[in-house]
Design a protein around this ligand. Structure first.
Ligand SMILES: [Zn+2]
Ligand SMILES: [Zn+2]
Length: 881
């Protein structure tokens, strides 16, 4: 083994080490009936994806779990892959085409899809390479893509199964429509945003009663061109007499029946509403109940059709402006109010949604939801943190049918064919491949549906389609159901809930047993990281500057379970410093002289030896429990405390004094702790472990497959821990006095008395004299009974539990000099305090300065007063000497 270089250089270590692991097949898992499986499927990032901090967090957590379980001896499989991301990917390629001045229509469907595949080949693996830089130990042989052959087969299979079960249907429906992407969107894909709009009051003349109007209010005046009724509440006294009569649509002169329906809110606007069944979801239901005409007045890209000439072909918003002018001129316009309302926006391009009537395909969700609700209620599947259980159940119990057709080109095309010779409604064929002929008329003029399936219609099969379903593979039998799903809250409905439903429908078993929902990555002010805010921290930049381990360590220590993460770039220095500390500690341990020829079994001889081994056992138990419970910050924090404080601050210093067996114990403690730390910081731990590993390990051994440590109850020693705590406190007390009294570090304190009436404490501290003397830099340490101790004036005392640490100051400091120094310091502080007081009493300042400045001054004053108090007290002690 080569010697450890003096400094840790993650850039030199990480990439070669990753290749070393990968080339030895250490990430691979194959079905093995002798081993217990542990499986995670990656939430497939979009092929268009670039690694951001959210991915870094999500995949670090998965990698921690997989590495932990692998070391515990499980057959640990992490299945990677990417999602074809229908609309997102199509948009990317369309934008590229636009730069060449072309549209997808110019290319035609087949050529466009080819173009997307080309794009995928060229750029689609970016995120995979980036996940490797993160250290992800996925079985890359098993990388899947939601449009690959096997997964496409799974999509067809489930579509047919659902169709045969009567759970897929086609219907005219009001859908969320993005006029820019020209496709239907599910409710989850069209999140509502508070939007400042206007509420327009329009006056509709009553038929046969010149000069009388019914006033209605709308936020989208252009939809009036599609009105086919006016609705009022049946009990509204203002309109009772009008029910059954007719109004006239202004500018168009179409008569509109006045209907009564409970859905109308009497308190909103005037209590009368215009009804546009083809362009509003509530009006759609009204239209169905009252058999109204469904008049479609907009094209897919939101231009007006089926309307009078002056408006024909106008964009929806241009039409709105023109209508307002025309209505005003002809006396049909009432007041226009400012109005806040929620408008759905396309989650891909942020265009305002237009509700639109169109033929779409749906999945009936209620029957699928039933077993998925039961499983979570019965805790067959658990959410972590538990608060998501309620959110999930609430959504599932009110689930609506899922619109699965999308009017785009990139995706799984619907396996639906329409016979052109048979009558509409009776001409639908559903089949995996194009049927040769129509079974009823035997004709062969079959046209495939133009639509593709929602992207989530392939990813909801991910936990079993990636393992080979619908084929009954060995992988499926061994690795399904998977264990923990690690994901973000935004996709609980999009993805997690649907996977549970698909799992029960296709496999009759849950897709996973635990769902860990992690928080959102934010900046220090709590804002979500986004390009437009310019507050993004790029994980690849952090890896370059601080190393992957630093990135991973800081991410997991920055969040409690399920809580959001607040990041600034400086925080990553903590991770880098920790890696450096471990490096230096290992170099130190290896440089210690060896006690014997052979490395014997670790045998503790002294109190510090027994203490560090006892602390190690507790750390093993704590880290193991924390990782089992997904308390990642707790596991990393426990290791930091143990390694940095117990091990480096204390034991390492003691080892310098003890020599002998300390080296063996130190090496054992480091080697064991690095195994515990490996899942969080895989690179530095492997690098150091290669220098520390037991002599019995094979030359090609890796920490990745070393056994997970188990705590030894025999080595847990409460009494020793208690004694050592006291030992630490005594040393700390002496060091604090040294700082307080300004005694330089190269000057030894002549003597320290440890006064205690407890014989056991005196005996113990007496037995540690050699260590105490070196660590506290004292010439003699004398335990004393209280009666043997004669109180003197020139001493300084620290009272600890069970013992008083007494330092005689005579001769240690030059009392006169120290008194003069302190007196000067007190004077300075008094001046400082009065300056601040005067400033804060000055109305010129308090009246004009910003609030933060005044608060800052108040804080400075409080702090200065405190320092002054401490210095004065100290001076009083000196003056008494
Ligand atoms: Zn859009
Ligand atoms: Zn036919």
């Amino acid at each position: 083994m080569k010697e450890l270089p003096p400094q840790y250089n993650p850039q030199a270590v990480e990439e070669p080490r990753y290749q070393w692991w990968e080339s030895r097949g250490l990430f691979q898992a194959d079905p093995d009936p002798k081993k217990r499986p542990y499986t995670i499927v990656i939430p497939p990032p979009n092929v268009t994806g670039i690694l951001h901090m959210g991915h870094a967090l999500n995949n670090t957590i998965q990698d921690i779990l997989i590495r932990f379980k692998r070391m515990q001896g499980y057959n640990a499989l992490w299945v990677p892959g990417t999602d074809h991301a229908g609309i997102a990917t199509q948009n990317v390629v369309e934008r590229a085409l636009a730069k060449e001045g072309k549209t997808r229509q110019d290319l035609g469907r087949d050529a466009f899809i080819q173009r997307v595949w080309q794009w995928k080949e060229q750029y689609g693996n970016t995120i995979i390479y980036q996940l490797k830089r993160l250290g992800a130990s996925c079985d890359w042989r098993r990388t899947r893509f939601t449009m690959d052959e096997g997964l496409s087969e799974a999509v067809l299979e489930v579509f047919l199964k659902l169709y045969d079960a009567g759970l897929i249907y086609r219907g005219n429906y009001i859908v969320n429509w993005c006029p820019r992407c020209q496709t239907a969107l599910s409710d989850e894909e069209a999140p509502r945003q508070q939007t400042q709009g206007k509420l327009y009051h329009l006056k509709y003349p009553l038929e046969g009663q010149p000069g009388t109007f019914l006033e209605v209010a709308t936020t989208r005046p252009e939809t009036m061109l599609g009105d086919t009724a006016i609705a009022v509440h049946p009990k509204d006294p203002r309109y009772k007499a009008l029910i059954g009569k007719r109004a006239v649509l202004p500018l168009v002169n179409r008569p509109l029946p006045i209907i009564a329906d409970d859905v109308v809110d009497m308190a909103f606007g005037t209590g009368a509403v215009k009804v546009t069944p083809a362009h509003d979801p509530v009006d759609f239901q009204l239209g169905k109940r009252h058999q109204l005409e469904f008049l479609n007045v907009m094209t897919g890209d939101a231009h007006m059709i089926n309307v009078p000439k002056p408006y024909e072909g106008l964009d929806r918003f241009d039409c709105r402006s023109k209508l307002i002018v025309d209505l005003e001129q002809q006396g049909f316009l009432g007041p226009i109010d400012e109005h806040q309302h929620n408008v759905g926006h396309c989650y891909r391009c942020h265009t305002a949604i237009e509700p639109r009537l169109s033929p779409q395909w749906f999945v009936k969700m209620k029957p699928l939801a039933e077993p998925a609700i039961k499983a979570v209620k019965a805790k067959t599947i658990r959410f972590l943190p538990d608060r998501w259980t309620k959110v999930y159940l609430n959504w599932m119990e009110n689930i609506e049918d899922w619109c699965i057709s999308r009017q785009i080109w990139w995706g799984h095309r619907l396996p639906v064919y329409y016979c052109q010779s048979c009558p509409e409604g009776k001409n639908i064929l559903v089949a995996k491949t194009r049927p040769a002929q129509c079974p009823s008329c035997k004709g062969d003029d079959l046209k495939q549906d133009e639509d593709v399936l929602d992207t989530w219609f392939s990813s909801w099969l991910w936990p079993f389609s990636t393992l080979g379903w619908p084929k009954r593979t060995k992988e499926l039998a061994h690795f399904y159901p998977t264990n923990t799903l690690v994901t973000a809250q935004e996709i609980i409905f999009f993805w997690v809930a649907r996977m549970i439903m698909a799992g029960y429908f296709c496999m009759k078993r849950p897709p996973f047993t635990r769902v860990y929902i992690h928080g959102t990555v934010r900046d220090m002010t709590g804002k979500k990281m986004s390009k437009s805010l310019g507050n993004i921290i790029d994980p690849l930049e952090i890896i370059k500057q601080y190393g992957t381990d630093a990135l991973r360590y800081t991410l997991v220590t920055s969040t409690a379970i399920g809580q959001d993460i607040f990041l600034s770039e400086e925080r990553f220095t903590a991770g880098r410093n920790f890696a450096n500390k471990l490096w230096n500690a290992t170099r130190f341990a290896l440089a210690q002289p060896e006690a014997g020829k052979q490395r014997a079994a670790v045998r503790p001889d002294t109190v510090p030896d027994r203490w560090i081994l006892s602390r190690l056992q507790r750390t093993i138990a704590r880290v193991t429990d924390s990782l089992e419970a997904c308390l990642f910050n707790d596991a990393a924090g426990a290791l930091y405390d143990f390694l940095w404080h117990d091990c480096c601050d204390w034991y390492l210093e003691i080892a310098k004094i003890q020599r002998g067996r300390s080296r063996e114990i130190l090496l054992h403690v480091l080697e064991t702790s690095f195994r515990l730390l490996h899942p969080v910081m895989p690179f530095v731990t492997e690098e150091l472990w290669q220098h520390l590993r037991p002599a019995a390990a094979k030359s090609q051994a890796s920490i990745m497959t070393a056994a997970w440590p188990k705590p030894s109850k025999r080595l847990i020693d409460d009494k020793t821990e208690e004694q050592f705590e006291l030992f630490k406190k005594v040393i700390t007390a002496i060091r604090e006095k040294r700082a307080e009294w300004n005694i330089s570090n190269d000057r030894k304190i002549p003597t320290v008395w440890l006064v205690s009436k407890n014989t056991a404490i005196r005996d113990f501290l007496g037995s540690q004299q050699a260590l105490l003397k070196v660590l506290a830099e004292v010439n003699t340490v004398t335990p004393l009974e209280p009666k043997a101790f004669h109180r003197q004036n020139d001493v300084t005392t620290t009272i600890l539990d069970g013992v008083q640490v007494v330092i005689p100051m005579g001769g240690l400091i030059d009392v006169d000099k120290e008194r003069a120094r302190l007196q000067q310091r007190v004077n300075e502080l008094m001046q400082h305090v009065s300056r601040l007081e005067a400033r804060l009493a000055d109305p010129q300042f308090t009246g004009k300065a910003p609030k933060e400045v005044i608060e800052g001054a108040e804080q400075s004053l409080a702090q200065a007063r405190e320092t002054l108090k401490a210095a004065s007290e100290h001076l009083a002690v000196l003056q008494a000497m």
